[in-house]
Design a protein around this ligand. Structure first.
Ligand SMILES: *[C@@H]1O[C@H](CO)[C@@H](O)[C@H](O)[C@H]1NC(C)=O
Ligand SMILES: *[C@@H]1O[C@H](CO)[C@@H](O)[C@H](O)[C@H]1NC(C)=O
Ligand SMILES: *[C@@H]1O[C@H](CO)[C@@H](O)[C@H](O)[C@H]1NC(C)=O
Ligand SMILES: *[C@@H]1O[C@H](CO)[C@@H](O)[C@H](O)[C@H]1NC(C)=O
Ligand SMILES: *[C@@H]1O[C@H](CO)[C@@H](O)[C@H](O)[C@H]1NC(C)=O
Ligand SMILES: *[C@@H]1O[C@H](CO)[C@@H](O)[C@H](O)[C@H]1NC(C)=O
Ligand SMILES: *[C@@H]1O[C@H](CO)[C@@H](O)[C@H](O)[C@H]1NC(C)=O
Length: 273
Protein backbone atom coordinates (compact mmCIF):
# COMPACT_ATOMS: atom_id res chain seq x y z
CA UNK A 1 0.00 0.00 0.00
CA UNK A 2 1.40 3.31 -0.97
CA UNK A 3 0.02 6.73 -0.69
CA UNK A 4 0.70 9.58 -3.02
CA UNK A 5 0.81 12.92 -1.32
CA UNK A 6 0.42 16.00 -3.42
CA UNK A 7 1.04 19.57 -2.43
CA UNK A 8 -0.06 21.26 -5.56
CA UNK A 9 -2.77 23.76 -5.10
CA UNK A 10 -5.37 24.15 -7.82
CA UNK A 11 -4.08 21.82 -10.40
CA UNK A 12 -6.08 23.14 -13.30
CA UNK A 13 -4.30 26.42 -13.06
CA UNK A 14 -0.98 24.84 -12.40
CA UNK A 15 -1.18 22.77 -15.52
CA UNK A 16 -1.60 25.87 -17.55
CA UNK A 17 1.07 27.87 -15.84
CA UNK A 18 3.67 25.37 -14.74
CA UNK A 19 6.87 25.82 -16.62
CA UNK A 20 9.88 23.71 -16.05
CA UNK A 21 11.20 25.82 -13.21
CA UNK A 22 8.07 26.55 -11.38
CA UNK A 23 5.45 24.95 -9.28
CA UNK A 24 1.79 25.77 -9.39
CA UNK A 25 0.32 28.46 -7.27
CA UNK A 26 -3.05 29.14 -5.86
CA UNK A 27 -5.15 31.20 -8.14
CA UNK A 28 -8.54 32.35 -7.10
CA UNK A 29 -9.48 34.25 -10.17
CA UNK A 30 -9.59 32.04 -13.19
CA UNK A 31 -11.67 29.20 -11.87
CA UNK A 32 -14.04 29.27 -8.97
CA UNK A 33 -13.90 25.57 -8.38
CA UNK A 34 -10.62 24.70 -6.72
CA UNK A 35 -8.93 21.60 -5.54
CA UNK A 36 -6.15 21.09 -3.15
CA UNK A 37 -4.29 17.90 -3.70
CA UNK A 38 -1.64 16.64 -1.43
CA UNK A 39 1.49 15.55 -3.20
CA UNK A 40 5.16 16.01 -2.88
CA UNK A 41 7.36 16.26 -5.85
CA UNK A 42 9.02 12.97 -5.49
CA UNK A 43 7.46 11.54 -2.58
CA UNK A 44 7.98 8.53 -0.67
CA UNK A 45 7.04 5.87 -3.05
CA UNK A 46 9.39 7.09 -5.71
CA UNK A 47 8.43 5.03 -8.64
CA UNK A 48 5.93 6.60 -10.97
CA UNK A 49 3.73 6.76 -7.98
CA UNK A 50 0.40 7.81 -9.31
CA UNK A 51 0.42 5.23 -12.08
CA UNK A 52 1.06 2.49 -9.56
CA UNK A 53 -2.18 0.68 -8.83
CA UNK A 54 -3.30 0.73 -5.25
CA UNK A 55 -1.95 4.19 -4.63
CA UNK A 56 -4.47 6.47 -3.02
CA UNK A 57 -4.47 10.14 -3.86
CA UNK A 58 -6.52 12.48 -1.71
CA UNK A 59 -8.18 15.53 -3.14
CA UNK A 60 -9.66 18.31 -1.06
CA UNK A 61 -12.21 20.23 -3.06
CA UNK A 62 -13.32 23.72 -2.33
CA UNK A 63 -14.87 26.69 -4.00
CA UNK A 64 -13.64 30.18 -3.26
CA UNK A 65 -15.85 33.18 -3.30
CA UNK A 66 -14.61 36.70 -2.64
CA UNK A 67 -12.91 35.95 0.66
CA UNK A 68 -14.42 32.70 1.75
CA UNK A 69 -13.63 29.07 1.11
CA UNK A 70 -16.49 26.66 0.87
CA UNK A 71 -15.33 23.09 1.43
CA UNK A 72 -16.94 20.49 -0.80
CA UNK A 73 -15.37 17.40 0.63
CA UNK A 74 -12.41 15.06 0.56
CA UNK A 75 -12.15 12.50 -2.22
CA UNK A 76 -9.96 9.44 -2.47
CA UNK A 77 -8.70 8.32 -5.86
CA UNK A 78 -7.57 4.71 -6.14
CA UNK A 79 -7.26 2.44 -9.17
CA UNK A 80 -9.02 4.94 -11.39
CA UNK A 81 -12.02 5.25 -9.08
CA UNK A 82 -12.92 8.38 -7.20
CA UNK A 83 -14.94 8.25 -4.01
CA UNK A 84 -16.09 11.06 -1.77
CA UNK A 85 -14.96 10.00 1.70
CA UNK A 86 -15.83 13.00 3.85
CA UNK A 87 -18.46 15.59 3.03
CA UNK A 88 -17.24 19.03 4.04
CA UNK A 89 -13.71 17.75 4.75
CA UNK A 90 -11.11 20.50 4.80
CA UNK A 91 -7.59 19.09 5.01
CA UNK A 92 -5.78 15.80 5.04
CA UNK A 93 -2.54 14.50 6.47
CA UNK A 94 -1.37 11.42 4.65
CA UNK A 95 1.35 9.13 5.82
CA UNK A 96 3.59 7.62 3.16
CA UNK A 97 4.18 4.18 4.58
CA UNK A 98 0.88 3.76 6.33
CA UNK A 99 -2.65 3.42 5.12
CA UNK A 100 -4.08 5.80 7.71
CA UNK A 101 -4.89 9.35 6.72
CA UNK A 102 -6.08 12.01 9.16
CA UNK A 103 -8.85 14.29 7.95
CA UNK A 104 -9.88 17.67 9.28
CA UNK A 105 -13.53 18.65 9.59
CA UNK A 106 -15.61 21.33 11.24
CA UNK A 107 -16.46 18.93 14.03
CA UNK A 108 -13.06 17.42 14.70
CA UNK A 109 -10.71 14.78 13.31
CA UNK A 110 -11.48 11.68 11.29
CA UNK A 111 -9.21 8.84 10.31
CA UNK A 112 -9.50 7.02 7.00
CA UNK A 113 -7.88 3.71 6.24
CA UNK A 114 -7.21 3.51 2.53
CA UNK A 115 -6.82 -0.25 2.59
CA UNK A 116 -10.13 -1.07 4.22
CA UNK A 117 -11.70 2.20 2.98
CA UNK A 118 -13.22 2.82 6.39
CA UNK A 119 -13.75 6.23 7.91
CA UNK A 120 -13.96 6.78 11.66
CA UNK A 121 -14.02 9.67 14.08
CA UNK A 122 -10.62 10.04 15.71
CA UNK A 123 -10.56 10.93 19.39
CA UNK A 124 -13.17 13.18 20.95
CA UNK A 125 -12.16 16.73 19.99
CA UNK A 126 -14.82 18.81 18.31
CA UNK A 127 -12.85 21.82 17.11
CA UNK A 128 -13.53 23.31 13.71
CA UNK A 129 -10.27 22.41 11.98
CA UNK A 130 -8.78 23.78 8.75
CA UNK A 131 -5.29 22.27 8.86
CA UNK A 132 -3.82 18.99 10.09
CA UNK A 133 -0.33 17.42 10.09
CA UNK A 134 1.05 14.30 11.69
CA UNK A 135 4.48 13.96 13.23
CA UNK A 136 6.97 11.58 11.65
CA UNK A 137 8.26 10.04 14.84
CA UNK A 138 5.06 9.77 16.87
CA UNK A 139 1.33 9.51 16.36
CA UNK A 140 0.84 13.03 17.62
CA UNK A 141 -0.80 15.58 15.37
CA UNK A 142 -0.90 19.33 15.05
CA UNK A 143 -4.16 20.97 14.12
CA UNK A 144 -5.01 24.47 12.99
CA UNK A 145 -8.47 25.61 13.97
CA UNK A 146 -10.72 27.97 12.08
CA UNK A 147 -9.91 30.76 14.53
CA UNK A 148 -6.20 30.40 13.60
CA UNK A 149 -5.00 28.72 16.78
CA UNK A 150 -2.53 25.80 16.62
CA UNK A 151 -2.80 22.83 18.99
CA UNK A 152 -0.76 19.72 19.47
CA UNK A 153 -3.06 16.71 19.70
CA UNK A 154 -1.86 13.84 21.85
CA UNK A 155 -3.19 10.68 23.48
CA UNK A 156 -5.03 9.34 20.45
CA UNK A 157 -6.94 12.51 19.81
CA UNK A 158 -8.28 12.94 23.33
CA UNK A 159 -6.12 15.81 24.49
CA UNK A 160 -4.93 19.05 22.95
CA UNK A 161 -2.27 21.52 24.02
CA UNK A 162 -2.24 25.04 22.68
CA UNK A 163 0.93 26.08 20.84
CA UNK A 164 1.22 29.59 22.24
CA UNK A 165 4.18 30.53 20.03
CA UNK A 166 2.11 30.32 16.85
CA UNK A 167 0.09 33.50 16.55
CA UNK A 168 -2.74 33.76 14.07
CA UNK A 169 -1.59 30.91 11.85
CA UNK A 170 -2.99 30.58 8.35
CA UNK A 171 -1.29 27.28 7.44
CA UNK A 172 0.86 24.75 9.30
CA UNK A 173 3.49 22.20 8.26
CA UNK A 174 6.11 19.92 9.78
CA UNK A 175 9.47 18.85 8.44
CA UNK A 176 10.78 15.27 8.68
CA UNK A 177 12.45 16.13 11.97
CA UNK A 178 9.07 17.24 13.37
CA UNK A 179 9.85 20.94 13.57
CA UNK A 180 6.67 22.99 13.31
CA UNK A 181 6.30 25.84 10.81
CA UNK A 182 3.40 28.13 10.16
CA UNK A 183 2.39 30.99 7.90
CA UNK A 184 1.28 34.04 9.86
CA UNK A 185 -1.24 36.75 9.10
CA UNK A 186 1.46 38.60 7.09
CA UNK A 187 1.79 35.68 4.64
CA UNK A 188 5.32 34.98 5.95
CA UNK A 189 6.52 31.66 7.36
CA UNK A 190 7.77 31.14 10.92
CA UNK A 191 9.41 28.24 12.68
CA UNK A 192 8.37 27.39 16.23
CA UNK A 193 11.46 26.99 18.42
CA UNK A 194 11.74 26.34 22.12
CA UNK A 195 12.32 30.04 22.71
CA UNK A 196 9.42 31.26 20.58
CA UNK A 197 8.49 31.65 16.92
CA UNK A 198 11.14 32.93 14.52
CA UNK A 199 10.46 34.53 11.18
CA UNK A 200 12.20 32.74 8.31
CA UNK A 201 14.76 35.01 6.70
CA UNK A 202 15.77 35.39 3.08
CA UNK A 203 12.32 35.34 1.50
CA UNK A 204 10.50 37.93 -0.62
CA UNK A 205 8.70 40.44 1.57
CA UNK A 206 5.52 40.19 -0.46
CA UNK A 207 4.04 37.38 -2.43
CA UNK A 208 0.74 36.87 -4.15
CA UNK A 209 0.44 33.45 -2.61
CA UNK A 210 2.27 31.50 0.04
CA UNK A 211 2.02 27.77 0.69
CA UNK A 212 3.94 25.62 3.17
CA UNK A 213 4.09 21.86 3.32
CA UNK A 214 6.29 18.95 4.21
CA UNK A 215 9.23 18.82 1.84
CA UNK A 216 9.78 16.11 -0.76
CA UNK A 217 11.44 13.19 0.95
CA UNK A 218 14.84 13.74 -0.58
CA UNK A 219 15.02 16.98 1.37
CA UNK A 220 15.82 15.49 4.71
CA UNK A 221 15.88 18.65 6.75
CA UNK A 222 13.63 21.63 6.35
CA UNK A 223 10.14 22.27 5.02
CA UNK A 224 8.83 23.42 1.67
CA UNK A 225 7.61 26.94 1.03
CA UNK A 226 6.12 28.28 -2.17
CA UNK A 227 6.14 32.02 -2.68
CA UNK A 228 4.18 32.67 -5.84
CA UNK A 229 5.72 30.10 -8.15
CA UNK A 230 9.15 29.98 -6.55
CA UNK A 231 9.84 27.06 -4.21
CA UNK A 232 12.12 27.44 -1.19
CA UNK A 233 13.40 25.11 1.48
CA UNK A 234 13.00 26.68 4.91
CA UNK A 235 15.09 25.50 7.83
CA UNK A 236 14.56 25.22 11.59
CA UNK A 237 17.37 27.75 12.12
CA UNK A 238 15.07 30.28 10.40
CA UNK A 239 17.10 30.49 7.18
CA UNK A 240 15.89 29.58 3.70
CA UNK A 241 17.18 28.87 0.23
CA UNK A 242 15.51 28.83 -3.18
CA UNK A 243 15.02 25.35 -4.58
CA UNK A 244 16.29 24.75 -8.10
CA UNK A 245 15.03 21.79 -10.07
CA UNK A 246 17.50 19.49 -11.79
CA UNK A 247 16.65 18.26 -15.29
CA UNK A 248 15.65 14.90 -13.86
CA UNK A 249 13.37 16.57 -11.32
CA UNK A 250 11.75 18.64 -14.03
CA UNK A 251 10.89 15.50 -15.96
CA UNK A 252 9.49 13.86 -12.86
CA UNK A 253 7.54 16.94 -12.01
CA UNK A 254 6.03 17.16 -15.46
CA UNK A 255 5.14 13.51 -15.39
CA UNK A 256 3.46 13.96 -12.05
CA UNK A 257 1.44 16.82 -13.45
CA UNK A 258 0.27 14.64 -16.30
CA UNK A 259 -0.68 11.86 -13.90
CA UNK A 260 -2.57 14.34 -11.78
CA UNK A 261 -4.38 15.69 -14.79
CA UNK A 262 -5.66 12.18 -15.45
CA UNK A 263 -6.80 11.90 -11.85
CA UNK A 264 -8.63 15.18 -12.19
CA UNK A 265 -10.37 14.19 -15.36
CA UNK A 266 -11.48 11.00 -13.68
CA UNK A 267 -12.69 12.93 -10.68
CA UNK A 268 -14.66 15.38 -12.77
CA UNK A 269 -16.10 12.64 -14.88
CA UNK A 270 -17.17 10.59 -11.91
CA UNK A 271 -18.44 13.33 -9.65
CA UNK A 272 -19.85 16.07 -11.86
CA UNK A 273 -22.67 14.49 -13.69
C1 LIG B 1 9.46 0.54 -8.57
O1 LIG B 1 8.80 -0.17 -9.58
C2 LIG B 1 9.42 -1.40 -9.86
C3 LIG B 1 8.73 -2.02 -11.07
O2 LIG B 1 7.36 -1.76 -11.06
C4 LIG B 1 9.34 -2.27 -8.61
O3 LIG B 1 9.98 -3.50 -8.85
C5 LIG B 1 10.06 -1.55 -7.47
O4 LIG B 1 9.93 -2.28 -6.28
C6 LIG B 1 9.48 -0.19 -7.26
N1 LIG B 1 10.27 0.54 -6.29
C7 LIG B 1 9.73 1.20 -5.27
C8 LIG B 1 10.64 1.93 -4.39
O5 LIG B 1 8.51 1.22 -5.09
C1 LIG C 1 8.65 5.54 -14.79
O1 LIG C 1 8.15 6.32 -15.84
C2 LIG C 1 9.14 6.61 -16.82
C3 LIG C 1 8.52 7.57 -17.83
O2 LIG C 1 7.14 7.45 -17.89
C4 LIG C 1 9.60 5.31 -17.46
O3 LIG C 1 10.62 5.60 -18.42
C5 LIG C 1 10.19 4.43 -16.38
O4 LIG C 1 10.59 3.19 -16.91
C6 LIG C 1 9.18 4.20 -15.29
N1 LIG C 1 9.81 3.49 -14.19
C7 LIG C 1 9.26 2.40 -13.67
C8 LIG C 1 10.04 1.76 -12.61
O5 LIG C 1 8.20 1.96 -14.01
C1 LIG D 1 -11.84 13.13 25.77
O1 LIG D 1 -11.54 11.92 26.42
C2 LIG D 1 -10.60 12.06 27.48
C3 LIG D 1 -10.21 10.69 27.98
O2 LIG D 1 -11.30 9.80 27.91
C4 LIG D 1 -11.16 12.96 28.54
O3 LIG D 1 -10.23 13.13 29.59
C5 LIG D 1 -11.47 14.31 27.94
O4 LIG D 1 -12.08 15.16 28.86
C6 LIG D 1 -12.39 14.16 26.72
N1 LIG D 1 -12.43 15.44 26.05
C7 LIG D 1 -13.52 15.95 25.55
C8 LIG D 1 -13.41 17.25 24.85
O5 LIG D 1 -14.60 15.37 25.64
C1 LIG E 1 11.16 9.75 10.42
O1 LIG E 1 11.51 9.33 11.71
C2 LIG E 1 12.30 8.17 11.72
C3 LIG E 1 12.38 7.65 13.14
O2 LIG E 1 12.97 8.55 13.98
C4 LIG E 1 13.65 8.51 11.14
O3 LIG E 1 14.50 7.41 11.17
C5 LIG E 1 13.44 8.94 9.71
O4 LIG E 1 14.63 9.36 9.16
C6 LIG E 1 12.41 10.05 9.63
N1 LIG E 1 12.03 10.20 8.26
C7 LIG E 1 12.61 11.05 7.47
C8 LIG E 1 12.14 11.05 6.08
O5 LIG E 1 13.44 11.83 7.89
C1 LIG F 1 20.86 26.72 8.82
O1 LIG F 1 20.58 25.36 8.49
C2 LIG F 1 20.90 25.01 7.15
C3 LIG F 1 20.41 23.59 6.92
O2 LIG F 1 20.79 22.72 7.93
C4 LIG F 1 22.40 25.14 6.95
O3 LIG F 1 22.72 24.79 5.63
C5 LIG F 1 22.79 26.58 7.21
O4 LIG F 1 24.19 26.70 7.14
C6 LIG F 1 22.34 27.02 8.60
N1 LIG F 1 22.57 28.45 8.73
C7 LIG F 1 22.99 29.01 9.85
C8 LIG F 1 23.20 30.48 9.80
O5 LIG F 1 23.22 28.34 10.85
C1 LIG G 1 12.86 10.17 -6.71
O1 LIG G 1 12.98 8.99 -5.95
C2 LIG G 1 13.67 7.96 -6.61
C3 LIG G 1 13.63 6.73 -5.75
O2 LIG G 1 13.85 7.02 -4.42
C4 LIG G 1 15.10 8.44 -6.90
O3 LIG G 1 15.80 7.42 -7.59
C5 LIG G 1 15.03 9.68 -7.75
O4 LIG G 1 16.33 10.17 -7.99
C6 LIG G 1 14.22 10.73 -7.04
N1 LIG G 1 14.11 11.89 -7.86
C7 LIG G 1 14.20 13.10 -7.39
C8 LIG G 1 13.97 14.19 -8.33
O5 LIG G 1 14.43 13.30 -6.22
C1 LIG H 1 -16.33 9.17 -18.24
O1 LIG H 1 -17.16 8.14 -17.73
C2 LIG H 1 -17.77 7.33 -18.71
C3 LIG H 1 -18.64 6.29 -18.03
O2 LIG H 1 -19.04 6.69 -16.77
C4 LIG H 1 -16.70 6.63 -19.54
O3 LIG H 1 -17.32 5.90 -20.57
C5 LIG H 1 -15.78 7.67 -20.13
O4 LIG H 1 -14.72 7.04 -20.83
C6 LIG H 1 -15.20 8.55 -19.07
N1 LIG H 1 -14.38 9.60 -19.64
C7 LIG H 1 -13.19 9.91 -19.18
C8 LIG H 1 -12.50 11.05 -19.85
O5 LIG H 1 -12.68 9.33 -18.24
Amino acid sequence: MRVLLVCLASLLVCLKTADSHSLPQKDYETDSSKHYITNPLNDTSGNNSSSVPDTTTFIVRYVTTVDKKEYKGIYAHKNGKVKKILEGGRAVSVWPSKSRAYLAHKDGIYVYDSETEKLEKYGNLSDSIIGIVKENRTDDLYILTEDHVVYKVIEEGTKKIKVNEAEHAEQIALDWDDNLYYIGANNQPYVVASDGAKKIEGLPAYSTSAVISRAPIKIEHGAWFMSGQQPYVIYPNATSEPFVFSDQEKLEYEKRNRDLQVIFLQMRNQTEK
